[in-house]
Write a protein that binds this ligand. Structure first.
Ligand code: ADP
Ligand code: ZN
Length: 737
């Protein structure tokens, strides 16, 4: 829209008006040009507001535009305002560019992650506070009386807090402000978080830890780009050891970021941090209130927060002077974001460290095959911790062959495992039954007619959730009450549960051990990080005898009384045809068994399996990690799968099958020929129907040396537009394939 000519002003002359390119936070890939109004000083990285269509949006000045097309000049709009927040520094803009380019995501969408979109940016606005003025109210009501009682101590309280404490609406507060009974004044801004003290409580390191500690300190004080793989067995003290790199970074006045899988962000970690540094770290994850997010964002951008512990999205924050990144449990799949901008936070953390020229530490007891290969090739420095701290032994692992010593029909805990659990409880130790399956049973069928309950819009069975008394689809969330009658043949009392979930295991455990206290830990029962914290506390303090859990319990936790893990179905993750299945299973089982024997006594893990000869089972029993990685690496090398080749997955979906399939075929037909690139498919995606959408998949495989993102960009640019409800999603480095 040509604003200047419409209202008759003269066009500004090009010699005096500056033009800059501004990236707006929407799904577009390039910056738009805007004029800089006279008197405004902006530089690349500055956060501004600009008009975009009918809206005003928060955006970022991306670059100067030294030679704008003069004909465009008068059609451009002005930047509205420059916000009083720290700029997005060059290194962060370089990361955003890199991620957008690599993942084929619009740059505007990647940038949104740095700006905490949807919330007010900038320094926290002062909240209104209220206190008593001394004037009596003109009229008294029960609500007013409660409010005045709360405020009778004369202290200043935030308006909303006062209302909440008294159990009244803020309208009651406003009424008394209008009558002069309460005075209103701004609440003082919360002080910046107190800095952690790097010398607060340095532990005594064991002899085997000392070399790793020295390596940590050196790496942090060198302050250059360098990747270290902190490869330490469970219970070796990886956290204590990497804390020394954090301490060194803090001493140098720089910020440290500790990335964790979201669910591991529990009180235990924060308490340990406080024990070591005297203060808790600043947190960043999806459950922060908007207010805390705003405050933490500002503290990070201003450089007041010295140590940040966060989930993957913390990687994109505008740190003022980031000096170190740690990726804890680096092998964890939760680092992959699978919607919106699809990125792998561990890999992008390495990119960030590279552009910022800082060290990064990847920590794990079971590194990803990618990191293991990088360490073997010398691209990453391996820092190893091969024994547990305090002389504790690594857990022993035994197999229970379900073909020979399985439980009776409809039961899932074998007699031998039951016996071991009984002994553990008698010794007043805890036991953990591990089954990576939520709900009561994965399938419900009718004994009379064979009808199976399936989701109508997904290619999946409905999972029986007894605690909620519903059958639930784990893919779209559809649920229905569990009926008493078969909807197909109308038989009564004919429905049977097939297979176990954690809820069913609890039923079995309760029947076997009527006096034991059981607890189910599963993501659908844990509604927040807060409930997780309290459940973990109950375990740590011994208020539970048998823990029954999904992978939620496998990660990072330290349970001092746990010495026995029974893996109910060790084969569960192996059967799905995914080339990463063996790696995943090996990591998961190692992690979960690694929860045992950490403080006293001997840990032991029992694996119930139908495949005792499987390489994963054999490696676990023999504690032969090297053998496992070597055979897995050889297999990847032979087949050209990552990290020896590159891989992308294109998912084409539509409301009907033929449209999705024919679009996928057209894509294949126009794929540019390249001898280093293979396009496989189309084939039905592993889940061929989700939420009523039919899905086809193309796998694109290339040599490592190929710029696969560039190839895809060229190919997709010439593809027909996805019209109607056709959708094309690109996933670089898919985690399951
Ligand atoms: P990992 O992360 O390698 O599984 P942790 O860092 O959780 O191991 O350490 C296991 C336990 O040993 C924790 O309770 C930790 O506090 C303790 N620990 C490790 N190293 C030391 C040390 N040097 N001094 C005191 N306690 C330690
Ligand atoms: Zn469904």
């Amino acid at each position: 829209m040509d604003r200047s000519s419409r209202n008759g002003t003269f066009p500004a002359s090009s010699s005096t008006t500056r033009i800059v390119d501004v990236q707006v936070p929407v799904a577009i890939d390039h910056a738009y040009s805007y004029r800089v109004p006279s008197g405004m000083e902006v530089r690349p990285g500055d956060v501004v507001t600009v008009p975009l269509g009918p809206r005003e949006v928060v955006a970022v000045v991306w670059a100067e535009n030294p030679a704008p097309d003069p004909r465009l000049h008068n059609r451009l709009k002005d930047i509205s305002d420059k916000l009083d927040v720290p700029p997005l520094r060059d290194e962060l803009r370089a990361l955003i560019d890199w991620v957008a380019n690599y993942t084929l995501s619009p740059r505007g969408m990647v940038m949104r992650m740095s700006l905490r979109m949807g919330e007010q940016l900038g320094p926290e606005r002062a909240r209104p506070g209220v206190r008593l003025s001394g004037e009596p109210p003109r009229r008294m009501t029960p609500a007013r009386r409660r409010l005045l009682e709360v405020l009778s101590d004369g202290l200043l309280r935030a308006k909303s807090d006062a209302a909440k404490e008294a159990g009244v609406s803020t309208g009651v507060v406003d009424g008394l402000v209008d009558e002069g009974t309460l005075t209103i004044q701004p609440m003082p801004r919360a002080p910046p978080p107190p800095p952690p003290d790097p010398d607060f409580a340095v532990p005594d390191f064991s002899r085997s830890q000392r070399a790793a500690v020295d390596a940590m300190r050196t790496l942090a004080s060198n302050g250059t780009f360098h990747v270290a793989l902190l490869d330490g067995v469970t219970g070796s003290g990886k956290t204590e050891v990497y804390f020394e790199a954090v301490a060194e970074t803090v001493r140098r006045g720089k910020q440290a970021l500790i990335l964790m899988p979201e669910i591991a962000l529990t009180g235990q970690f924060r308490d340990r941090f406080a024990t070591r540094f005297g203060e808790r770290p600043l947190e960043w994850h999806s459950e922060l209130t908007p207010r805390t997010r705003a405050r933490n964002w500002a503290a990070i951008a201003a450089g007041e927060a010295q140590v940040v512990v966060g989930a993957r999205s913390a990687l994109f924050l505008p740190y003022a002077n980031l000096g170190l990144i740690i990726v804890d449990e680096e092998h964890d799949q939760a680092y992959k974001q699978d919607e919106g901008v699809r990125y792998h936070a561990r890999d992008m953390a390495v990119v960030r460290a590279h552009v910022a020229k800082i060290p990064i530490i990847l920590a794990s007891a079971t590194p990803s095959v990618e990191s293991e290969v990088n360490a073997r090739k010398g691209r990453y420095q391996r820092i190893a911790l091969t024994s547990r701290f305090g002389g504790q032994h690594l857990p022993q692992i035994e197999l229970i062959d379900l073909r020979r010593e399985g439980p009776s029909r409809g039961r899932f805990i074998s007699p031998r495992l039951a016996e071991e659990i009984r002994t553990a409880i008698e010794r007043r130790e805890q036991a953990l039954l591990f089954l990576n399956r939520r709900g009561y049973a994965p399938l419900t069928l009718c004994r009379a007619c064979g009808h199976r309950f399936a989701c109508t819009i997904c290619d999946a069975w409905l999972v029986d959730h007894r605690f909620r008394r519903r059958l639930v689809c784990h893919h779209c969330g559809f649920s229905m009450p569990r009926p008493n009658q078969c909807p197909h043949c109308a038989a009564e009392e004919s429905l049977i549960a097939v297979g176990p979930g954690v809820e069913r295991l609890q039923e079995e455990a309760a029947a076997l051990f009527p006096d034991a206290r059981t607890m189910v830990l599963s993501s659908d029962l844990i509604t927040s990080i807060e409930t997780m914290r309290s459940e973990l506390n109950d375990i740590a303090e011994g208020r539970v005898d048998i823990i029954i859990g999904t992978q939620l319990v496998a990660k990072g936790h330290h349970f001092p009384r746990l010495n026995l893990v029974g893996v109910v179905d060790a084969d569960l993750g192996l059967g799905n045809g995914d080339p990463r299945a063996a790696e995943r299973t090996f990591q998961l089982l190692n992690q979960v068994i690694g929860r045992t024997g950490r403080e006293q006594g001997h840990g032991i893990g029992y694996l119930q399996t139908h495949q005792p000869e499987h390489p994963v089972m054999k490696a676990l029993v023999a504690s032969d990690r090297e053998a496992f990685y070597s055979s897995e690496i050889a297999a990847r090398e032979r087949t050209g799968y990552p990290p020896f080749g590159r891989l992308a997955s294109l998912i084409i979906s539509a409301g009907d099958r033929p449209s999705a399939e024919s679009f996928a075929r057209r894509l294949v037909a126009i794929a540019p020929i390249d001898k280093d690139i293979q396009v496989l498919g189309p084939a039905e995606a592993p889940l061929a129907l989700i939420k009523g959408r039919y899905r086809f998949r193309l796998l694109v495989k290339s040599a490592r040396s190929v710029d696969l993102s560039g190839y895809l960009r060229g190919w997709l640019a010439s593809a027909p537009k996805t019209r109607g409800n056709l959708k094309l999603e690109v996933d670089i480095d898919p985690q399951s394939f």
